[in-house]
Structures are given as structure tokens and as C-alpha cells.
Design a protein around this ligand. Structure first.
Ligand code: PA5
Length: 523
């Protein structure tokens, strides 16, 4: 690659320990200039959003995650005071837990079980892994982020006999998400089985008066923290959702917030080359033709950033993956995001990136400081030098094959950098949404999925009731579909699952061809 491209299109932001290198995206000399009018509109929309406009029109909500790291920006003194007092409370509850003033059934808490999903889990998981260390963490952190009974059992087994000193954090903005509710019920069952009172081990983070809030209040849980309606799930990492688990783990949450605030200040700049988030949004738009034509592959060369791609996958895809634009026109927007870490992925899918279908752009994340112990393994060469060499080599190999990439360089993986990265991507998503004229802050597809699952479970209850009323009588899925006025395929799948689980009362009578297999109720 030409040095001249690098000097023209690598943008250092030393005040944030960041550089954004767009030199491998085949930008023309005038690309930045061409985008300037679109960004003027995006910056204006962002200013309105920060000032408290209803930036999520479908849900009629303000979008206030930027206020979390700078409460002075909040549109009312009441909101600002709420943010400040909640932050103080987070710090004081964490300190009291660490001092053993708030404790479990048999002493100070040793473990933290975080129960949540999507925006109520991915940020906390990313930060816990990026910044945690077994030697310094005040609590061992575990997650329930699904409704998989085997997953629950694995986590509970890992906690083992420390359950009496485990604190549970149940996180759900809506307070009614089934996976989280089920996780809470599974945790509660484990505590009760061990003769422990769940309420004495539980804290809720949820919307005021949600179902979860009501349970926590009625049962007098240890504490309750708010999830404000003006903070979306996937942009809640720097609010109570992310800060309380991080503080309990013993991470310096003020540094996370300061890193976020510093990045917010930078990404408020209205000159494109001085705004790293705008540069990122421009890169995405240019690389994907503004319609998701290429996938975004996230390649951080650092183990601690392993979960960044999962976190970004949700932030980007749930925000930008929309059927309709703000005028209701069908646009099918979005950018597919996947990734893991380098150099590990060079032994997996990077083969395809280098030589296969050219349907992506890579985002390399370079971390300058190696960390770990100094070790010279070859003359003048450390393992960290290898990691850096692999990054630089893969970047070159992609460029040589005409595959676009951009590189974000950070000095180290510390709390300020992690807070800064979160703020950087949040802003880039918001600006990109303006460029393509969509609402980044709602998630109608997620709601649709929740409704579809409920319909399946209603049908399951109906078919169980039907078979129970006709004990011992085998019926095929097609018979049952006729009797219940339901879809045969759906019934077959439901019954196949029930029959595979002893104790559910459903017996399968295999037949040839397979779809003539019948199911009956066996008490
Ligand atoms: O970002 C989002 O809005 C979603 O991913 C939610 O976080 C997710 O569906 C969980 O919702 P809740 O926090 O209401 O349980």
C-alpha cells in the first residue's frame, strides 16, 4: 500500500489513544468532501438527539445514552440528578458488598451471577472479559444469558458450593423477557434447593413498575436499580446495566465512564476528519454501498477483545437491520457483523477472506501495548511481535487481493479504552443510521420473535392438553393438526422435542415413513 494513502487517510486521535486508518478502503481524494453534506445532516440529527428530541419515533422515546457519561447534557435537572444519584448508589452498593456489609447466607459474596440477555448481557460480558483478572476481581462473574437448562446447570455447577455466597443480578429493561425470567426462576430454584432465600441474594435492574420490578419490590430483594426508558438495551452498557456488574466485579467504572465521555466529546466534532465515529460511519457506508452490500468482519488482535465482535454484532445489526426507513419505505437495511480474534481466525475463516468470495470489509483492531510477561522467543522478537506481525501481514494480504479493510489502533486494553470503544461504536451506529435514514433505536424484529415463541408455547400447551385428554391413543402430527387447527410441521417439532425429554408425558411411536410417527400421552 502507498505510504501517501496512509499519510492522507490515517487519522490519529492522541487524546483518546486511538487512530482510525481508512487508507485501505480505496477512498478517492474527494470522498470525505463528498460525504460532508450528508454528515452535516447526521450531526444536526445527533445534536437534536442529545438535546432530548424524540429520536426513537416508533416508541415515542428520547435516546439518552450520551447523558449517562455527562449528566450535565440531560434535558432536565431531574434526569441529570437521577443519573448522578444512581451512579453514586452503584458505587456505594459495590463498596458495601466488597466490605461484606451486604452479604450472603454464609458470609461475604464471592460470586456474581448476572441474568440477562441481548443488550442486558452482551455489554457486561464484553467488559467483564476485557477488563477482568482472576487475581484482582472482587467477585467471580457468571452469566445466564439464555433459557437453556443445560447452560443453567453448567453455570450452577461452576458456582458449586459457593451458592450461599453468590449474588444474583437480574437485568431486564422490560422486566418480562422470557429467557431472563426463566434464568431467574432457575436460579431461584437452585437457591431454594440449597435452603437459601433467593430474595436475600438478588438485585434487580429494570424499568420502574415492570413485572420484574414488582416481584423484586414485593419480595424485598436486596436492592433495585432503574433502567430508564430513554436508554436502549444495546446502548445501556455505560448505565446501571453495565456499571453495576462491573463495579461488583471490582472494575474501575469511573474510568470506563471517563473514557466514554472523552470519546463522546471527540465524536461531537462536526468536521469529518476530526470525528472518529463519523470516519467509521463513512467507512461503513463507503464499503457497503450504504446498503449492507459487504459484511463487517471484526478482527481484534487481542484475546481480551474476544467478545467485542459479539457485542458489536448486536449493537450494529439490531440497530441498523431494519425493514423500513423513517418514512416507512421498505429499504431492508443493515450490515452483517461477525468476527472473533486474530491471529486465531487466521487458522479458520481468514482463508476465505483472503481468497474466497469478496463480500466483506475487515475491521482490524490493533492494540499497541502487548501486556503479559516480556519473553524473547527469537532474537529481538516476542510473542506480541508475532501477534503484531500477523495483523500487519494479514492486512497486507487482504489489500493485495483487493479486499478492503480499516484499522483502529488503540494504545492498550484498559477501562478508558473500553469505555471509549463503546462510545465510539454507539456514535458510529447513530451517525450511520442518519446516513441511511433509519431508526437505530427500536427493534421490531426482536419483538416479533418474542411473539412467535409465545404462539409456539401456546400450541404446545394445547397439544399436551389434547393428548392428555385421550391417554394412550397415538396420533400423528397430521391428525393433531386437523384436530387442533394448527400447523402439522410445528406440531411435529414440538412433539419430537417433548418425546425426547423423559418425564414430559409424551411417547413417540416411530413409523415408516418417519412423518407417520405418532405421539401419545403416557402418564
Ligand atoms: O437491545 C435491545 O433492546 C434488546 O437486545 C434487549 O436488550 C433484549 O431483548 C433484552 O430485553 P430486556 O432488557 O427487556 O430483557
Amino acid at each position: 500500500m502507498a505510504w501517501s494513502d496512509f499519510t492522507r487517510l490515517n487519522f490519529p486521535f492522541p487524546e483518546a489513544g486511538l487512530a482510525v486508518d481508512l487508507s485501505r478502503l480505496s477512498l478517492e481524494n474527494n470522498t470525505l468532501q463528498d460525504y460532508a453534506p450528508a454528515f452535516e445532516r447526521a450531526f444536526a440529527a445527533m445534536r437534536d438527539l442529545e438535546a432530548g428530541a424524540i429520536a426513537n419515533p416508533d416508541e415515542g422515546r428520547m435516546v439518552g445514552h450520551y447523558w449517562l457519561r455527562n449528566p450535565g447534557l440531560a434535558p432536565s435537572e431531574e434526569v441529570a440528578a437521577d443519573i448522578r444519584s444512581t451512579l453514586n448508589k452503584i458505587k456505594s452498593v459495590a463498596a458495601r458488598v466488597h466490605l461484606g456489609e451486604v452479604k450472603g447466607a454464609s458470609g461475604p459474596f464471592t460470586d456474581l451471577l448476572v441474568i440477562g440477555i441481548g443488550g442486558s448481557a452482551l455489554g457486561p460480558q464484553f467488559v467483564a472479559q476485557a477488563l477482568g483478572h482472576p487475581a484482582t476481581d472482587k467477585l467471580r462473574v457468571h452469566f445466564f444469558d439464555n433459557t437453556d437448562p443445560d447452560g443453567f446447570a453448567l453455570v450452577l455447577d461452576a458456582i458449586g458450593d459457593r451458592l450461599p455466597t453468590t449474588l444474583c443480578l437480574v437485568i431486564s429493561k422490560s422486566g418480562g423477557t422470557p429467557e431472563t425470567r426463566n434464568g431467574m426462576l432457575a436460579a431461584r430454584a437452585a437457591f431454594e434447593k440449597a435452603g437459601l432465600e433467593f430474595a436475600r441474594h438478588a438485585i434487580a435492574i429494570t424499568g420502574t413498575e415492570s413485572a420484574l420490578d414488582q416481584v423484586a419490590r414485593k419480595e424485598d430483594w436486596l436492592d433495585r436499580f432503574p433502567m430508564w426508558d430513554w436508554v436502549g438495551g444495546r446502548t445501556s452498557e455505560l448505565g446501571p446495566v453495565g456499571l453495576l456488574p462491573a463495579a461488583l466485579q471490582g472494575l474501575p467504572i469511573q474510568d470506563l465512564l471517563d473514557g466514554g465521555a472523552r470519546m463522546d466529546a471527540l465524536t461531537r466534532q462536526s468536521e469529518l476528519p476530526r470525528n472518529p465515529a463519523a470516519l467509521l460511519a463513512l467507512a461503513w457506508h463507503h464499503a457497503t454501498d450504504g446498503r449492507g452490500a459487504r459484511d463487517m468482519v471484526i478482527l481484534p488482535y487481542k484475546d481480551r477483545l474476544l467478545l467485542l465482535s459479539r457485542y458489536l454484532q448486536q449493537l450494529v445489526m439490531e440497530s441498523l437491520g431494519k425493514e423500513k426507513d423513517l418514512d416507512g419505505k421498505v429499504v431492508h437495511q443493515g450490515i452483517a457483523v461477525y468476527g472473533n480474534k486474530g491471529s486465531t481466525d487466521q487458522h479458520a475463516y481468514v482463508q476465505q477472506l483472503r481468497e474466497g468470495v469478496p463480500n466483506f470489509f475487515a475491521t482490524f483492531i490493533e492494540v499497541l501495548r502487548d501486556g503479559g510477561e516480556p519473553l524473547e522467543i527469537d532474537p529481538d522478537t516476542t510473542p506480541g511481535d508475532y501477534l503484531s506481525g500477523f495483523l500487519l501481514g494479514t492486512r497486507d494480504a487482504l489489500s493485495e487481493n483487493g479486499r478492503p479493510s480499516l484499522t483502529l489502533t488503540v494504545t492498550e486494553v484498559g477501562p478508558e479504552t473500553v469505555g471509549g470503544l463503546i462510545a465510539l461504536f454507539e456514535r458510529a451506529v447513530g451517525l450511520y443510521a442518519s446516513l441511511v435514514h433509519i431508526n437505530a433505536y427500536h427493534q421490531p424484529g426482536v419483538e416479533a420473535g418474542k411473539k412467535a415463541a409465545n404462539a409456539v408455547l401456546d400450541l404446545q400447551r394445547a397439544v399436551i392438553a389434547h393428548l392428555r385428554a385421550h391417554p394412550g391413543k397415538p396420533s400423528t402430527a397430521a391428525d393433531l393438526a386437523g384436530a387442533l387447527g394448527a400447523d402439522a410441521e410445528r406440531l411435529f417439532k414440538i412433539l419430537d422435542h417433548l418425546a425426547a425429554n423423559p418425564g414430559r408425558g409424551i411417547r413417540k411411536h416411530p413409523a415408516e415413513p418417519w412423518h407417520q410417527s405418532a405421539f401419545s400421552w403416557q402418564a
